[in-house]
Design a protein around this ligand. Sequence first.
Ligand code: C2E
Ligand code: MG
Ligand code: MG
Ligand code: MG
Length: 291
Amino acid sequence: WVKESGRGTFRFHQPRKDVDLLSRMRLDHAMRQALQEHEFRLHFQPQIDIDSGQLIGAEALIRWRDPLRGEVSPAEFIPVAEESGFIIAIGQWVLQQAVAQAAQWLQLGLRVPVAVNVSALQFQQAQFVEGVAQALREVGLPAELLELELTESVLLRDADDALHRMQELAELGVLIAIDDFGTGYSNLGYLKRFPIQRLKVDRSFVRGLPDDASDAGIVNAIVQMGRALNLKVIAEGVETEAQRAFLSRCGCHEYQGFLCAPALDARAFEHRFGPPAATADGAAAPVRSNV
Ligand code: C2E
Ligand code: MG
Ligand code: MG
Ligand code: MG
């Protein structure tokens, strides 16, 4: 199992124990076909202001129904695509679909920033920033309606290169969030050096709220730190009102999770959050939220 490691060289990877090499190769092959045959879709999970309940954004999450395997979780196929390098093609597709959807919503009067997950290998491509700029240009989407979700691993690999790239993205006006915050090995110093607007508290810390004392302590610390650094803090995986209330008391700004909604297809998202109807002159109607 080899992958292109970026500069024309190939690296061997230790096979993981859970899925054997052959089934990963089959999965990779099936993904390549799926992209050609338009079997991928994007769903959108609402991001909600924790106190007002207003919609503040939508995270684009890829979905794949394979004819043989049925619905395959991204937690299963994204790591395989990252290993083979196919994540670059998938990531480009996701980016284009997400900005196209946001541009279409904008025309319907639904102004919703979309957040797109970006894998480390994708972010490290020399053409990454130009690809983002081009995707925005093609659909005419204002850059501030696109947020890129990066994990801490992106920042650690080649910090100078990452910083340079993030500065270019910031110049474009694109927003940057750190996903799964607290699960990577982080040198917290990067938080003050990098142009970041949002921290996403990982679901693993939200799960035990409000009763688990360790989770409560970790989440409280992340929220206080984020606020001190002038970052927005959003909690993922909020399923209960008790979790939401705890986060609100901590000062967490926003949340996403099944308490509001899972990732929805675009029609369902519009139905729930879109303007009741376009007004006669096409002016934007206010965004409804029924949280
Ligand atoms: P993530 O970016 O941290 O996304 C959050 C995951 O938590 C999503 O799983 C979402 O459906 C799930 N989730 C949200 N709220 C709740 C909740 O209240 N309870 C529970 N139990 N789960 C919740 P999903 O869609 O299966 O995606 C898993 C991971 O796959 C993502 O984690 C992300 O790392 C990756 N992924 C998904 N789509 C893409 C993509 O387009 N590109 C890349 N590079 N990675 C993606
Ligand atoms: Mg994410
Ligand atoms: Mg996340
Ligand atoms: Mg997560």
